[in-house]
Write a protein that binds this ligand. Sequence first.
Ligand code: GDP
Length: 194
Amino acid sequence: ADKPEIRGVTQREGETGPGAIPRIKLVLLGDSGVGKSCLVLRYVRGQFDPSSKVTVGAAFMSHSVHLQDGTTVKFEIWDTAGQERYASLAPLYYRGASAACVVYDITNAESFQKAKHWVSELQKNASGAIVIILVGNKSDLTEQREVTTESGQEYAERNSMLFMETSAKTAANVAAIFEAVALKLAGSGAPAQL
Ligand code: GDP
């Protein structure tokens, strides 16, 4: 009950001026219950907490990553904070985002359909240069799988998105989401938000 909560930015120094760490605003999209909060918690704190809603409780969290080429970037990861219950998200949510992670649950076919809805929502609202990664979460629940890897992959390819299956529970591929996004942004020459 006395777990410290993460609220907003954890580190402010060095954000502007020469030598500032490039920031990447990444927005999370997807149906409620697919594991968005758990993925962030796993990535930022290395934990899996099934009652993540209570512990996360933040609009966004930041996390620095060292890339293979030696550079460091800082992700600002925005969670919907329940806004996914509505058909559209507030424009502020997308503003300045250079990446989006659209999450579904591989054990829930309906959440995959909802992911497609969020992709079209993104295409309407986000700037053209945004890097999108489609993520099929809960890959540890193989017995309950309803969405094949191939259908996720195929949909991602058709829409020029990155694709990954993850498990916030086992940590499989979780860091890989952010590495893939950072590499894609670096490769595309798109400037991170400064
Ligand atoms: P959100 O509404 O998208 O933020 O979803 P949450 O992060 O709150 O996750 C919803 C529930 O799904 C949690 O209570 C977890 O128990 C479960 N969950 C999330 N990720 C995983 C996963 O990778 N594997 C399994 N088995 N359960 C998960």
